[in-house]
Design a protein around this ligand. Sequence first.
Ligand code: FE2
Length: 445
Amino acid sequence: MTEQATIDFFSTLRRAVANVHLYPKGHPQGELALDMLTETAGALTAGNDQVVLSMMDNAFYLDRQLLPQASLEYRDVYRLLHGHGLDSISIVGRATTGDLAELAAFLAAEGSDVPAEGTVLLNERPYNRSELLKHAAMSEIRHSYAASLDFLHGVADSMGTEDGGADISDAVWTVEDLLEKVLLQPGASLLLSTLKTHDEYTFYHSINTSLLALTVGQAIGIEHDQLVELGVGALLHDLGKIRVPVEIIQYPGRLDDAMWTEIKRHPHEGAQAILAGSGRGQEIAALVALEHHARYDLGGYPTVARRERLHLYSRITAICDVYDALTTRRAYKRALPPAAALKIIMNGSGSQLDPDLVQIFLSILGIFPAGSLLRLDTGEVAVVVVAGHGEETMEAAVAVTAEGERVPTPEPFELTADRVVDLVLPEEVGLDAASLVESPHLNLN
Ligand SMILES: [Fe+2]
């Protein structure tokens, strides 16, 4: 049983539920989705009499095992299950397609009865709260990340309505919560900011950018209330993307001129949506949204007239935005390892990006930033847990053996840069460094 098997199950469950709305019963597309769901449910229980998925405190558990990544990547599935009053799903033996179809129909409908019998049992709750928490609890920062996803989800919904303004009144509260965790758990926050997902890219990117911006802002001595304003600006900087057609945002090739014109609207759209809402720091947040692609040399878009330079928060957000985008894989481009992304940031210093802030950014992240995957001279792959600075050693943990096996509980050790032979991408070894935040021996603060 692995977290990956659960992720596959969620992904097929999500599709099966969506298909209930899209196709009539018996339609080949709907049947195909149910067959795939049956297959992933089978893989989930393989070799076990029963497995239990529990939903508690915003986290998924597979039997007693916490699933940190799935809890964030499938936040929408959590909302869906929780919204239907579900705390647990027990799959007994090999789940039948009929029972899974009933589950999908139940989740697609509102207020129908909970299916009671069969191979898929709902709300049996075989594990109680303390039993699950005793084993592993989700980190505080991951809770805040989940709350931020919910917030952005709500904002996106409000922008889809008639009046079209963004409901951002909870932005301050959301960022205060993130900031509290960044201050309490700076290491865990930086590691979690490397989280990547294939869905809802803009939401995850926005939270990562905000976490990085808060870290930079704190390092340069910005006071608490202003840090919150910076964090709100960074969290909402790409809000306008919600108004750009998703086919263009996800377009897997080179954009033509018409598409670029659409993309270039997002700073304006975002600023307008923020101003149409209400809340503290709203004007500065709108400015950050407007300026985040304007470039340090003002050669970007949109043209910023009659101003000598961009707002400090726009300049901080721009660096964090570029860094997170470079390290993320998209339909049309590969991800860069963090150390390679920093080189590109350096190349943009003084033209695209503020050179003083670039220096600060590099000194905070180190040569191999937290979350970097490094191939060692032994053939093992280590995750950087706390970056080193200058010539110093970094704290790392071997997560994948030389034979390519995942290490169940990675142990921390001091790693020197001379032992690093290569940079590794998450997809090469099937490991997202952010999944290690709750790893018991790493003691991330
Ligand atoms: Fe943007």
